[in-house]
Each structure stands twice: as structure tokens, then as C-alpha cells.
Design a protein around this ligand. Structure first.
Ligand SMILES: Cc1cc2nc3c(=O)[nH]c(=O)nc-3n(C[C@H](O)[C@H](O)[C@H](O)COP(=O)(O)OP(=O)(O)OC[C@H]3O[C@@H](n4cnc5c(N)ncnc54)[C@H](O)[C@@H]3O)c2cc1C
Length: 274
């Protein structure tokens, strides 16, 4: 999160070309920078900013880049799936913008939530809550065309928030190595969370997914409660989990996976949104 020194609308360097309303307070923003931003890799994010009309300050926040499967979009357009946080600083202003309005985009692709080298033995598991599906949309095609098996799981509050479900389902029909699982938590019925699928071995028993350190990568993006990020003791490297039962803890303890770090490659990759 960053609130810059006064910088006004003169910093605006991009146009909101199109806004697709997905559900109440959830939209896809298609933004065209005046100059294309080079170097995008699947999983990258950008920072966008708008001037707060009250404080006159430029409020900036990071957003993962997303990518619709169909119709195919102009690769120079930045696609962002954003949920409005009513008490937030930037999103209430963002949701007042209209197509054609100007906006600031930091002209740099950023992030370390990036795909490892993929091969035909790889099982790729892409897990998200809410708008955390965005970076996985940029990864999906590369994974499906190379990996042996791809599992994409999304957990949202209401079914209407599954922004790309139709596209993903139709893609899965023609790509049989892709399994797509959706979980909805606030529409009644049996509440199941992503972690349950790993804790109870459901992915293995019901979906035939094999999970092991030799060929599996797990990407998890969104709500920190789903991910369950541990604290690491700097001296000993020992991990401690503030709340137990999170995904990372289960993947380490039940499946023997390790957290990926730039210098110590592992199989668990995560991006937390707050
Ligand atoms: C690397 C990265 C990528 C991100 N990508 C996306 C994205 O693709 N789409 C997206 O909508 N957001 C994304 N976020 C979150 C985004 O940067 C903002 O934090 C969010 O949009 C809220 O901004 P705000 O200024 O309105 O609220 P703020 O004033 O920043 O936050 C108010 C509070 O809202 C809560 N909050 C933040 N984000 C969410 C959320 N998504 N759902 C529910 N509560 C939240 C937090 O508790 C936060 O303290 C990403 C964050 C990071 C770090």
C-alpha cells in the first residue's frame, strides 16, 4: 500500500477503455496505457492510482493482471479484476470512474508470483479466493498446454462472483487435462473451503490428483486466511503458524511440499492481497 506525495491528475498516463460489471461491486477494468508496458510475465501485477478528490493525493494500489480466455484481448490492454472495498481508499474512487476516464498506471511489471519451468510431468494446482483468480488467468494457457494435469480451484462468497467461470468451463471441455472446481460459501448448503480439499485428501480421492514434491506446484492467491502464511524464525528457519489449518501448513505437513523462495526453489507459491 502506498499513498504518494501530492501528485495530481497530471500523472495520469492511461485510459480506462472498458469496464465489465461482473457482480455488485466487482468489475473487470480494461486499461490502455498511453505507452505499452513491456515485459509482462504470467503472474505479474501493476500499480494503479487515482487522485482522491478530498485530499488531492494520488492513491496507489497494486493489482494482479488478469487475462480473459475468450474473446482474446489486445495484449497491450491491462485487464484487472477488482472488488470494491467499501471502507477502502482507492476502490470507492475507482468504481466511480467511467469508460474513457484517465488513470495513473506505474509503467512497470512487478512481482515474484511467477511460473516455474513447466514440463509434461508437472501437476499444477491454482487456488484462489475472490479476485485472486486474476493472476491464474494469465497462467492458465501456459499450464494447460504444457503440464500433465492442471487443477484450478476458486472459492467465492456468491456464484455471481465467479467472473471467468463460463470461459474456464468451456476451455476445460476442450482441454481434458484441466479440472475446474468452484466453491461458493454464502449460498447455503455444505460449506467447503479450499483447505478442506487438501486436509481431507479430497483432491486425491475424488479427482485423482497426485500431489508430491517431485512434480507438483501449488499457487495460492487471495485471502491470507486461506493461505495461512507462517512466520519464519530467522536464525533457525523454523516455521510457526499463527492460525492452524491454513493451506501452507497442510501442504508442508501432509504432503511434504516446501515454500518457494527465489534462492531455494520449492513447490508452494503464494500472493496475499492484504
Ligand atoms: C500483489 C497484490 C495484488 C493485488 N491484486 C488485486 C486484484 O487483482 N484485485 C483486487 O480487487 N485486489 C487486489 N489487491 C488488493 C488491492 O491492492 C487493494 O488492497 C484493494 O483493492 C483495496 O484497496 P482500497 O484502497 O480500496 O482499500 P484499502 O484502504 O487499501 O484497504 C482497506 C482494507 O480492505 C481489506 N481488503 C483489501 N483488499 C481486499 C479484497 N480484495 N477483498 C476484501 N478486503 C480487502 C484489507 O483488510 C484492508 O486493510 C492486490 C494486492 C496485492 C498486494
Amino acid at each position: 500500500m502506498s499513498t504518494d506525495k501530492p501528485a495530481g491528475v497530471e500523472s495520469y498516463n492511461a485510459t480506462i477503455e472498458r469496464i465489465e460489471n461482473v457482480a455488485d461491486g466487482l468489475s473487470i477494468f480494461f486499461i490502455r496505457p498511453d505507452a505499452p508496458i513491456p515485459g509482462q510475465l504470467p503472474g505479474h501485477y501493476v500499480s494503479i492510482g487515482l487522485v482522491d478528490p478530498t485530499s488531492q493525493k494520488l492513491i496507489r494500489r497494486p493489482y494482479s493482471l488478469s487475462r480473459s480466455i475468450s474473446p482474446k484481448q489486445d495484449p497491450k490492454l491491462l485487464e484487472l479484476l477488482v472488488i470494491r472495498v467499501p471502507e477502502g481508499e482507492l476502490t470507492p474512487i475507482l468504481f466511480e470512474q467511467r469508460e474513457g476516464d484517465r488513470i495513473f498506471v506505474r509503467p512497470k511489471m512487478v512481482g515474484t508470483y511467477l511460473l516455474p519451468e513447466l514440463d509434461t510431468d508437472t501437476t499444477m494446482i491454482l487456488l484462489s479466493t475472490g479476485t485472486g483468480v486474476a493472476p491464474h488467468m494469465t497462467m492458465l494457457e501456459a499450464c494447460v498446454t504444457t503440464c500433465k494435469q492442471v487443477v484450478m480451484m476458486e472459492c467465492v462468497r456468491y456464484g455471481a462472483e465467479l467472473a471467468y467461470a463460463e470461459q474456464i468451463r468451456s476451455y476445460a471441455e476442450s482441454h481434458l487435462n484441466l479440472t475446474y472446481i468452484t466453491l461458493v460459501t454464502r449460498e447455503g448448503g455444505n460449506k467447503r473451503y479450499i483447505q478442506d480439499y487438501f486436509r481431507d485428501g479430497i483432491l486425491v480421492s475424488e479427482h485423482g490428483v497426485s500431489i508430491n514434491a517431485d512434480h507438483t506446484h501449488v499457487f495460492a492467491c487471495g485471502n491470507p486466511a486461506m493461505i495461512g502464511i507462517p512466520k519464519e524464525d530467522r536464525k533457525t528457519g523454523a516455521l510457526s503458524f499463527e492460525t492452524s489449518g491454513g493451506l501452507v501448513e497442510i501442504l508442508i505437513e501432509q504432503y511434504g511440499l516446501t515454500i518457494h523462495k527465489p534462492r531455494v526453489p520449492g513447490q508452494i507459491h503464494y500472493e496475499k492481497y492484504w
